[in-house]
Design a protein around this ligand. Structure first.
Ligand SMILES: Cc1cc2nc3c(=O)[nH]c(=O)nc-3n(C[C@H](O)[C@H](O)[C@H](O)COP(=O)(O)OP(=O)(O)OC[C@H]3O[C@@H](n4cnc5c(N)ncnc54)[C@H](O)[C@@H]3O)c2cc1C
Length: 371
């Protein structure tokens, strides 16, 4: 087995939203970071990828905001249709980033990974699948991985799982769950060319009873169309994703006529297995961030805002520990608290309405005197 000569301050498993932001912030402060990802970049991943100010703020912190904001339209109008009743509102808050964006992950993650590659003190290994954690006197102390059939391993003061919803790090350390909600919905999506955007351009949310469709102009002049349906329809979507997506979009009366002149590009993809959970995000020598630490049903489109912001919190707390400002337990307690404080409303709202969106949409109509 090839043994790494070097030791690292931090090994991060997973190099997309959470992992890349964390690695850049730590590398910028002079800490030696190794990022392992089983993917090779540029590469796509399952996501309808719309995000708001929290993600834009995190991208700004690592200096990639200018590039991210230039690749796709700024969505400045929030356009809703609820069971045939339409209303729209400007996205005028928060003042620093008053717009949403929708950027395909093949584009967004490539911007982040290029930033990782150009960061002093950070090494990225692509095609590197982590398969075991190393430990020393009960504390996690490193990672073993395989790359091109070769076994490798390295040691670090801290190992972070930024490895997504099926986190191998969370599994290996037996991370406990502090809240969870079973899978209630399935989401499928595809890209269309030639679909005219509503004025704004707008981020569109079309609700029909307990079904939701998104329509978001994104990068490369494409529009991302997605539907989120109750999970008992997952079988139908899995059997025939193309037909199921089109049939569902067809029921959205304010959207369907606009689809006629557009053309789908690429496959229809999706998932019916994303639960909501909050995990205890740290233990001896390890921490979790992004979807590995907190997952949300994608209907609310919050994962990127949350993962990026949690990565900023974790970077500061790991730096406090590495720089001797704080012991491990105090640093991680602070991270845990910041994560929960930042995410509690979003977690509550996303998990509460994942089973049934109607109480939320009816309240939205009533609030505007439309119900
Ligand atoms: C259908 C769907 C639609 C969604 N839509 C939205 C949306 O509109 N807006 C939004 O904000 N969020 C959305 N999300 C959620 C969003 O995609 C996630 O919250 C976000 O990707 C989390 O980022 P992350 O960095 O934590 O993990 P990921 O982006 O999942 O990255 C994890 C990385 O870890 C790597 N990895 C995993 N295991 C290993 C291993 N053993 N060794 C090495 N590397 C490993 C993977 O290759 C991957 O690159 C959606 C999710 C789904 C499934």
């Amino acid at each position: 087995m090839a043994r790494e000569r070097s030791e690292y301050d931090v090994i991060v498993v997973g190099g997309r939203i959470a992992g890349s932001i964390l690695a850049c912030l730590l590398g910028d402060r002079g800490h030696r970071v190794l990022v392992l990802d089983r993917a090779t970049f540029p590469s796509d991943t399952l996501s309808t990828h719309f995000f708001r100010a929290p993600a834009l703020r995190a991208f700004d912190q690592i200096g990639v905001y200018n590039e991210v904001q230039s690749v796709a339209p700024h969505l400045t109008v929030n356009y809703n249709v609820i069971d045939g009743i339409a209303f729209q509102e400007p996205v005028d808050r928060p003042e620093d980033f008053p717009f949403y964006m929708c950027v395909r992950r093949i584009t967004l993650d490539d911007i982040l990974v290029r930033r990782v590659k150009s960061t002093p003190n950070v090494e990225l290994r692509e095609g590197a699948k982590a398969h075991s954690l190393l430990s020393d006197h009960g504390r996690i102390s490193g990672v073993a991985w395989k790359v091109s059939g070769q076994e490798q391993q390295a040691h670090a003061k801290v190992v972070v799982g930024a490895d997504g919803v099926r986190s191998f790090v969370a599994k290996q350390v037996g991370a406990k769950t502090e809240q969870n909600e079973p899978v209630h919905r399935a989401m499928y999506y595809a890209y269309f060319r030639g679909l005219e955007a509503n004025e704004g351009p707008a981020a569109e949310f079309h609700y029909r009873e307990n079904n939701l469709a998104y329509c978001m102009p994104c990068d490369d002049d494409l529009t991302m169309l997605a539907v989120s349906v109750p999970v008992d329809r997952f079988g139908e979507f899995k059997r025939d994703p193309e037909r199921s997506l089109l049939n569902e979009l067809d029921t959205m009366t304010a959207l369907a006529p606009r689809l006629v002149d557009s053309k789908r590009e690429g496959p229809v993809r999706g998932s019916g297995s994303i639960p909501c959970y909050l995990r205890i995000p740290y233990g001896e020598g390890w921490a979790l961030v992004g979807d590995a630490s907190m997952a949300l049903d994608p209907w609310s489109g919050q994962g990127i805002d949350q993962a990026s912001t949690h990565a900023v919190f974790l970077a500061q707390r790991i730096a406090d520990y590495l720089e001797g400002q704080s012991d491990w337990e105090a640093a991680m307690q602070a991270y845990h608290q910041e994560r929960n404080e930042f995410s509690k409303k979003v977690y509550r709202r996303t998990s509460k309405f994942s089973a049934d969106l109607r109480p939320m949409t009816r309240a939205a109509l009533a609030k505007r005197g439309l119900g």
